[in-house]
Every structure is written in structure tokens, then in C-alpha cells.
Design a protein around this ligand. Sequence first.
Ligand code: 4AD
Ligand code: MG
Length: 478
Amino acid sequence: MLNVRVKVKDVLSTEPAGQDIVVMGWVRTFRNNQFIALNDGSTNANLQVVVDFENTDPALLKRITTGASLRINGNLVASLGKGQKVDLKATQIDILGDSDPEQYVLQPKKHSLEFLREVAHLRFRTNTFGAVFRIRHALAFAVHQFYNERGFIYFHSPIITASDAEGAGELFRVSTLDPLNPPQTEDGKIDYNQDFFGKPTNLTVSGQLEGELAAMAFSEIYTFGPTFRAENSNTTRHLAEFWMIEPEMAFYDLEDNMNLAEAFIKYLIAYVMEHNREDLETLDLRLKEEDKTKPEAERSEMGLIEKLEFVVNNKFERITYTEAIDILLQSPAYKKKKFKYEVAWGIDMQSEHERYLVEKHFKKPVIVTNYPKDFKAFYMRQNDDGKTVAAMDILAPGIGEIVGGSQREERLDKLVSRMEDMHIPQNEMSWYLDTRRFGTVPHAGFGLGFERMVQFVTGMGNIRDVIPFPRTPKNCEF
Ligand code: 4AD
Ligand code: MG
């Protein structure tokens, strides 16, 4: 048996009494041939291992290098040094894996996030990414806990589908046909009858439509899985593969939907504040350091933890799209022609507009409702004004849109006529329309972009730094 180790996190909270323990981990630094800072990923805090160098084979000492993996037996004693409570006095050191210092790129110094993205397979061994990915884990766990506490069913929507839920056409095709020589129909088109599924299929952009089917039986469900969008957006907020949480609830209207979304976001933040304090402190410090390198105007007004506390303790602002446009039209930014894109009722707000509302005007998360129907998806419930739909987006400081959702159109005739207007073939969607044919009910739901949530909680500016292996245009490494 190999795994008799105690995790560093547990060692650090143990009262030292000379007890004999085994630890395993990777060397972060080795100072004066005497002090090993050992890390096993359970916490950013390293265990200080004290080596009796006078009685240790010099050949072994030479192999204790940054990145090497070790198994250490030792006695846990009170530390004589400052900065830590305990030391492990090594009695036996075994090298599990060497790490050639000439070749190992993660030397104990500051590396830029851009550089670390190129060595994403190793970046988990840094303090920043250790903190980010432990928090990502905690958030995922809290997602399940939140919905489980409320009796929602975790529903697995498919990854491969034949539908485009959002109707935006940003699909990754799934096909086993020979791309160089696909079978053709008589009129020269690709013959998808001969493809694996007998029709065109793609990776899902959203589990919502299938989620709605489940909500019509279980009343409250959520999905949590990867989604895929072939949108050519090279920004700090977009991934081609991202994770989304999509709750869908029968017997909810738009207000119920907003209440759930707000409670959900606050719960996730509160969970991390309670369970990941050390990691948040690491990232709080990182953000302060990063801010120092920026011009005054671009610095964050609040520290990371301060911001999270503020969001948990304050009600989100709720305004309609029409009010949002009015605020923009009245704004000094508009009057001084600071916006690059036009502002008028009917525009799909650009990120500069969203940021103005959230960061300059309200200085807190804002829920915008009742958008013009023209740029929203076919399934959103039509309002009586004939112009808007019961949509809601939540905009967060520093992130922009973090949630998109709506009350759904539960009236069959209205839904069908909207699909006709938008040229969505009904025959391929009869399974979806069946929910409106048999026991339709008012219902609503939303999607929370998981990586944007992780960004918000960790303060990381680039979405590529909160998912282990980001997929973006022209980039699919690892
Ligand atoms: O607003 P979206 O497109 O909404 C939907 O997909 C609905 N079906 C959700 C629902 O009502 N069940 O996407 C929802 C959220 C966005 O607010 C954003 O946080 C995130 O998903 N998102 C992305 N995150 C990273 N990269 C991308 N390319 C994203 N596109 C959307
Ligand atoms: Mg959206």
C-alpha cells in the first residue's frame, strides 16, 4: 500500500507532538540545502520540511529540485521559524520523480498569466491556479448543493443533438462522413441520410429545450454540463466550450425566475466565502498587485473579498430594457459621445453599454428585463405590448452578462406563430411543442455561464484562466 500519507492541509492544522507521519507532494522551493517547501495541492500553504543535511547523502540532496515529487517520513514538531506553526523533521526522503531544473519552466518566481496559459498543463502547480481551481471545484459542488436543498432534479441533457436551441447558428457539426468526399444526394447536396445519425447533428449550445421537457414532469430541474458555441469571439469572456447551469421551473413567472437566479448567485458566493477563505485571500492579493500595474481609471474600486461581500449583502438592481436605454441616453458618456456603438431603443446592447450600467451607474449587479423580441430566442414569452419578451439578463461588474433567461412561451398558438416568423421548422420540433399540447404550464428558466461565475468570484480577468484547458478560435491545445 502506498497511500498512507497525510494531506498537507491536514498536517498544517495538526498539533505537533513529534508524531511520525508520511507526506507526499511536489517541491516548490529548496533553501539552504535544508528547508523544503512541499505542496500537494490540498492548499496553497506549503509544508516546511527540515532536512538534516549533514547526515543526508549529497547525491540525494542534489535531486531535491523545484518540481520534483517526494515521499517523506518525518516527525511533526513545532516550528522554530516564523511563518508556520509546524515543521516536518525528515527521517527518510524518497524521490518519486525527478525534475530537471534546466528544463522545468516553473521556477520559483513570478510568471505572467499569458506565459502560464502556454504551459497550462503545469500551471495548476502555481498559487494563483491552485486557488482558482479549488474555488472552481467548490462552486461546482455548491451548485449541486443549492439545487439539491431545494428539491430540484439534476437532469442530464444530451451533448449531441439535432437542434439549435438558441437559433444563432453557431454550431459545431458532429459527423462521421468523410469530409473530403461526402456522399451526395441527386441534387448535389451532402446526403446526411448516410451520416451516423441519419441527419445533421451538432454539439449542444444549450440543454434548455430538453430541460423544459423534464420540467414538465419533475416541475423543477437543472442541467449542469458542457455546451459548445462556434462563435468567432476572441474576447476575455467567450469560450467555444464552456459549462452552463440551466435550471428550468414549472409554475414560475419572470419574477420567480429572477428571485431564484439572484438567490443562486448569492448562495454560490457565500459558499466560497465560507469554505475557501485562504484561496480568496490569495486571489484578493493577486488582484491588488495586478491593479498596481494599471492606470488609475482601470483599477477596481473594491478589493475582491470586499466586492463579494457587497454583492451578497445587497439587492440586485432590477430595471426594464426600456429604462436601461433611457439611462444610457441620459448618461454623460452618451452626451460626450463616449460610446462606440449607437444607443437607441431596439439595439442589442453592446458590452460598453452593459458595463456603463453596472460599473458606472448602479455599481452593482443589474437584472435587465423585457428586451425587444427581435434579437431574442423564439421560446421567450411574448409580452402584451407586441414588441418585447419576458427575458431577463443579469449583468455583473467586470463581467457583463452572467445569466440569460426568460419566462417561456407556454401558449401553443403564440409559440407556433413566432416559430413561423423566425423560419424554425415545426416538424423537427414536434417533441418540444408537445409540452405545450399536453398540460402546458407557465414556466421559466435561465442559464448561468459557469466560467463567468468563476471569473466573478476569483477576480480573474480572462476566461481562459478559469477553465483547465480553454478552447477558443484557433486554439485547442492539450
Ligand atoms: O444567454 P445564453 O445564450 O442563454 C441560453 O443559452 C439559454 N438557453 C439559457 C436558458 O434560459 N436556459 O447563455 C447563457 C449564459 C450567458 O449569460 C453567459 O453567462 C454564458 O451562458 N455564455 C458563455 N460563457 C462563455 N463563453 C461563451 N461563448 C458563452 N455564451 C454564453
Ligand atoms: Mg444571452
